[in-house]
Design a binder for this molecule. Structure first.
Ligand code: ADP
Ligand code: MG
Length: 248
């Protein structure tokens, strides 16, 4: 029997009003462990706002957000990060003047180690983690390169790597392939498929070929609500979805 505790994330009756306008309207969403969910929908549907609510950037007006059965709704953003929630915004926030290695190094969670203030003792642990993450994001050959010199796609991967340094159990990405070349999109699809093997991932995306490649299930949002949900083929054939989104 399944219960709420089986979900990585359980969102129930979630609502947020901005001056009376419900950007998210009594929304329910359940994400499994190791699931890669893609959220699609027209501009203004509330997709980014939903991620803002889950990571704590925006406070819910009503409803519940449970992460591994812990209620998040009134928790501060940094506490949610500590619990294992990572969020990538649309504009990358890497340190352009630092090397790839340093960008990953500074993202290692401080205070994670029992050694605490004796952080220098953790150097080997940090180095090892940087190496693992750099390989995962395909930048192992570029550890010494200044981040500002990376291609647009590589910067996006570096930012994903900075989030992976914290070993999040839920990773949320808002339009990660915007502006990427075809090859970079392919590599990003492979990257996302790899990283959801040991965590849940939520991706907001518009590119349907990309969505098809990566999604386990697709959620279609419209006017702060869920219009349709299920496997890509089912959602694509849904007349409601064609009407408000795919038909345009
Ligand atoms: P999407 O990401 O699906 O394009 P958004 O979540 O960005 O949509 O926006 C959903 C709706 O909520 C839009 O009408 C937007 O103008 C509104 N909205 C988002 N954030 C705020 C805010 N902080 N204050 C007022 N309105 C907002
Ligand atoms: Mg958005």
């Amino acid at each position: 029997m399944s219960s709420n505790t089986d979900f990585a994330l359980a969102v129930e009756d979630l609502t947020v009003s901005f001056d009376g306008f419900k950007a998210i309207d009594a929304l329910n969403l359940y994400i499994d462990k190791n699931e890669l969910r893609v959220i699609i929908g027209p501009n203004g549907a509330g997709k980014t706002t939903l991620l803002d609510l889950i990571c704590g950037k925006t406070r819910a007006s009503a409803g519940s957000i449970k992460f591994k059965n812990t209620e998040l709704t009134r928790m501060a953003e940094h506490q949610r990060v500590r619990l294992g929630i990572g969020r990538k915004f649309q504009t990358p926030s890497i340190y352009e003047n630092l090397s790839v290695f340093q960008n990953l190094e500074v993202s290692f969670p401080s205070g994670r180690s029992v050694l605490g203030a004796l952080a220098f003792k953790c150097t080997d642990e940090v180095k090892a983690r940087v190496q693992v993450v750099a390989e995962e994001i395909g930048l192992a050959e570029l550890l010494g390169t200044e981040a500002g010199l990376l291609s647009h796609g590589q910067k996006q991967w570096l930012e994903i790597g900075m989030l992976l340094m914290q070993e999040p159990e839920l990773l949320m990405l808002d339009e990660p392939i915007a502006g990427m070349s075809a090859r970079e999109r392919e590599l990003t699809a492979e990257l996302l498929k790899r990283i959801c093997r040991n965590r849940s991932v939520i991706v907001i995306e518009h590119d349907m070929d990309f969505v098809k490649q990566i999604a386990h299930k697709v959620t279609v949002m419209h006017q702060g609500r869920i219009l349709a949900e299920g496997p890509m083929e089912k959602v694509q054939a849904d007349p409601k979805v064609i009407d408000v989104y795919l038909g345009h």
